[in-house]
Design a binder for this molecule. Structure first.
Ligand code: NAP
Ligand code: GCO
Length: 264
């Protein structure tokens, strides 16, 4: 039974996997047998990441590449195909958030978020799909969000992008299912990473951030998620165990989307 989950001999590209959720997912894919390629934007993060992978015993191949730049992405994918082989598994993880009230946000700031969180998954998927078609199979996993379903104050660009990413997922599934390519999403709940650090900062008096308390109260699991919570789901969606799962968003949120919230 467990053979179905093995990724032995597969090549996985995880974008933005220098730290945070991407790093944990890449570690999980490597532990299931995959060869890992990842990218980030700067040399400093690359150096720390390569050291962190080596400490885990993972021989990851790192690329300095901005996922919004189509030329850089095409070059990275060509190099991966040359050195490791055709990409069997793509995880579109790289992402940013800007928390700014919408009426104060510039159009440029809005575009920057959409560019990284939505246009880039299009660019990277487009670069790997031809290889997957030729090879006769492929797995694309898009990292969505609670904001693929819900809105809240200050995250209009992020919600627009992650909602769009949910539909891009369904469209890739629809368009390439006949080539034995499955495209699914993972929608993490609130996960403790650098992206959410400002929401968990201790207050001057040492008490918890109000948003921290709000999220723990809103989550039936009564805690923040950790990057490790995404390890099992990503291996499942990358493996043969999910070969008839296509166009699905797997929410890994400790139950947030199921819960109306505690009565005050
Ligand atoms: P994070 O800690 O901020 O890490 C983001 C990663 O993306 C970094 O490795 C960063 O590397 C990379 N990155 C950003 N822009 C990039 C670009 N243009 N090109 C290449 N790499 C880029 O974020 P995280 O919390 O791990 O989140 C990972 C993904 O999960 C994101 O898509 C995020 O929206 C999503 N997500 C997060 C949560 C959460 O609660 N944390 C929940 C749901 C979904 P460099 O800065 O070194 O380039
Ligand atoms: C925010 C958060 C979120 C999470 C995540 C939820 O400000 O609301 O940063 O959007 O990071 O995407 O699933």
């Amino acid at each position: 039974m467990l053979n179905q989950f093995s990724l032995e001999g597969k090549v996985a590209l995880v974008t933005g996997a220098a730290y945070g959720i991407g790093f944990a997912m890449a570690e999980a894919l490597a532990n299931a047998g995959a060869k890992i390629a990842f990218n980030c934007r700067g040399q400093e993060h690359m150096d720390t990441a390569l050291k962190a992978y080596a400490e885990k015993g993972i021989d990851a191949k790192g690329y300095i590449c901005d996922v919004t730049d189509e030329e850089q992405v095409q070059k990275m994918v060509a190099d991966i195909e040359h050195t490791l082989g055709v990409v069997d598994i793509l995880v579109n993880n790289a992402g940013i958030i800007k928390r700014i009230p919408m009426h104060e946000m510039s159009a440029d700031e809005f575009r920057q978020v959409v560019d990284i969180d939505l246009n880039a998954p299009f660019i990277v998927s487009k670069a790997v799909i031809p290889g997957m078609i030729k090879k006769g199979h492929g797995k694309i996993i898009n990292i969505c969000s609670m904001m693929s379903e819900l809105g809240r104050e200050t995250v209009s660009a992020y919600a627009a992008a992650k909602g769009g990413l949910k539909m891009l997922t369904k469209n890739i599934a629809s368009e390439y299912g006949e080539y034995n390519i499955q495209c699914n999403g993972i929608g993490p709940g609130y996960i403790a990473t650098p992206q959410t650090a400002p929401l968990r900062e201790l207050q001057a008096d040492g008490s918890k951030h109000p948003f921290d308390r709000f999220i723990v109260g809103k989550t039936p699991a009564a805690r923040w998620g950790t990057p490790e919570d995404l390890m099992g789901p990503v291996v499942f969606l990358a493996s043969d165990a999910s070969n008839f799962v296509n166009g699905h968003i797997l929410y890994v949120d400790g139950g947030i989307l199921a819960y109306i919230g505690k009565q005050p």
